[in-house]
Design a protein around this ligand. Sequence first.
Ligand code: XMP
Length: 519
Amino acid sequence: MQGILIIDFGSQFTQLIARKVRQLGVYCEIVAPDSAIHAYLENNTVWGIILSGSHQSVDDATFIPIPEVIWHTQRPVLGICYGMQAMVKSFHGQVMASATREFGYAKIQMALESPLFFDWQPGQELEVWMSHSDTVHQLPQEFKCLARSENGFMAAIEHKQYPWFGLQFHPEVNHTQGGTKILSNFLFKICGASKNWTVEDIAWQSIASVRTQVGHGTVVLGLSGGVDSTVTAVLLQQAIGRQLHCVFVDHGMLRYNDRLEVEMIARQFSLQVAYVDAHVEFMKQLQGITNPEDKRKRVGKAFIDVFKHYIHQHFGVEAKFLAQGTIYPDVIESGGGSRVTIKSHHNVGGLPANLGLELVEPIRKLFKDEVRSLGEKLGVPKPFLQKHPFPGPGLAVRILGEVKPEYIAMLRQADQIFIETLLTEKDGDTDTNWYQKCSQAFAVFLPVKSVGVMGDGRTYEYVIALRAVLSDDFMTADWLDLPHSLLKKIATRIINEVKGVNRVVLDISSKPPATIEWE
Ligand code: XMP
């Protein structure tokens, strides 16, 4: 590769750094701070290195030092937060826990000129985003301080001889004033990087490498109807045409329009799709099961069984390749890109190696926003690309406890009313509808009954909860404050139209501590 290397010390912001770098048109990869870096630097053209933040402190027993090889290469380095502190420690400076912590907005003042702050003069102030309790107390003699915070803490440093910089704040976070400009200065003025990352590049590279990988072989793709597997299907169709066979497994816990939308895309792009109706098998697996993890595992296993069976029956030994819509966050979060495993990728489409098929993952290096741009370039309709994520186990994790066909029917209808209303109602005078404003919205079925009154009679019926969140990466999320008038419209429709439901509640929990899904 030619690009920027991001060394991940475990910060929740590492992916954000990578996305910002790529949005500036420069390719980058995230790697773990281990011995493999040596070979990586030897085999790739690395224009510069960014050291991420961390959930750790440099004084922890498990402190991860910066691999020495980085200093030997003499390439430009930017240490962010922990990255700066670890840099200071590498040069025998002092980092200490401070009584005053800086979290959230902070003001910094420039002390010296630097190419990193190309557009700012000494004395100028910037509003930045901080998230630290340790601070640099003593700077190594090889470094100078470029800026300080209002509390007098060192906010930016630079090596006196080499292009090595440290920032105590987070330039990758939108709240940091001029953050993108600082990153851009690092990439283009300091590293001399070239713009080498456009959607066209991505498309052509992927198409070419898929053609080389599969030759004339038959490729089977599990199409879920989500954005990732759909963009993968359309890309593969362009690369290998009729060699691609898509399999859409309907587990009976899909949303109202899921299958229809897949059929529409399949027609538009002439995809060969086999629709496998397996809802009976899945319901059998879930009967009497109430534990969320058991439910997930059973859905996952049933999915693999159905898929495997279908492939053996229809392709036999002819199927050589299995395509998946794995994307970069799936790889990183499963520990594939960094030392720190955040969570195992739990997509039900994650099929096991024992299928005996070679994997084809053409969008493995892409972030979600890049997948959407690629989809747009390939002609996938925009509303489809803006679809909210939907968990592999589907409505099974949105029905608390045991899944029953009548619960699925009530939930599917309530969810459709919720989504339809969000799609049709605009936010004030803007062109944006409420569906586009939120990152994910859905209804949840609560199998508890409460008393109500309808007409002249009392009712004793189920509860639907509404969940709408804002999130950048789905690792953290905030609940979205939907207008009361909109909520009222949705609740009224659900109660009037969904038989068996007499109460609607709103979920106002953030993640953490709640998760986005209820199970
Ligand atoms: P949580 O509930 O962990 O969800 O806050 C974070 C994001 O992941 C999605 N999610 C899943 N996606 N299979 C998937 O493919 C799953 O089992 C699964 N569980 C959660 C969730 O919808 C949210 O976008």
